[in-house]
Design a protein around this ligand. Structure first.
Ligand code: DX5
Ligand code: ZN
Length: 216
């Protein structure tokens, strides 16, 4: 089955963001991936809600919002107001992860949980039946265009096993350094959703790059 593709606008050209979002609208992308960074949880700051309001208005694809911030529960109303489908928070940023997942669901969004490269998959075993998706970071979060960490493929396999053993319906999303080569290995290991920033926006034909990932 072909993977869902979620292009990350972190790598888009903010000088002509409208053009890049229209490209995504016309492409075979399934979602649009939005990276929110706070300069605390990760060593970078991306963009905030005033810009995202504009992105949300332009996008015809469901929003896949990845929050790399501390205390993400504080922003559930703002993420909801964007009309987001998925609100994806970091395992490492939430002391009371179970509660925050319920709060996201109660707000009418699909809860996602992301794990950093140093967090083992088995840490998710008590939460796997409560989430819509698990995102595996295949780079250390904070920047686009980084090199793929090969061990992430093994983590996708482990997560696929955990999901089938627990009867969970969680989707497996992978974020960081995804291109045609790493994407093929991830899909083979059981990934359902591929996030791609540089592989799309660094290409001379971004819509074709999305098509190629979709048709791996
Ligand atoms: C990194 C972000 C990613 C990033 C991916 O912290 O979460 O979504 O945009 O970019 P690439 O695909 O270039 O690694
Ligand atoms: Zn991301």
């Amino acid at each position: 089955m072909s993977p869902l593709i979620s292009p990350s606008i972190l790598s888009a050209n903010f000088g002509h963001l409208e053009k890049d979002i229209e490209m995504i609208n016309r492409s075979e992308a399934d979602w649009i991936h939005i990276d929110i960074m706070d300069g605390v949880f990760v060593p970078n700051i991306s963009f905030g809600f005033p810009i995202l309001k504009y992105v949300a208005q332009l996008s015809e694809k469901p929003l896949d919002v990845h929050l790399m911030i501390v205390q993400p529960e504080k922003f559930i109303p703002e993420v909801k107001a964007l009309g987001s489908k998925v609100m994806n928070i970091h395992f490492e940023a939430c002391t009371h992860l179970h509660r925050v997942i319920q709060q996201i669901r109660d707000a009418g969004m699909e809860p996602g949980v992301t794990i950093n490269p140093s967090t083992p998959v088995w840490m998710l075993q008590d939460i796997i039946n409560d989430v819509y998706l698990v995102q595996i970071m295949s780079v250390n979060p904070g920047f686009g265009g980084q090199k793929f960490i090969p061990h992430s493929v093994e983590k996708v396999r482990q997560l696929r096993d955990l999901i089938s053993q627990s009867g969970s319906k969680a989707l497996i999303e992978v974020d960081g350094g995804v291109n045609l080569e790493t994407g093929a290995r991830l899909v083979e290991a059981g990934a359902d959703v591929l996030v791609a920033g540089n592989a799309v926006f660094g290409s001379s034909n971004p819509a074709e790059a999305i098509w190629a990932l979709k048709n791996l």
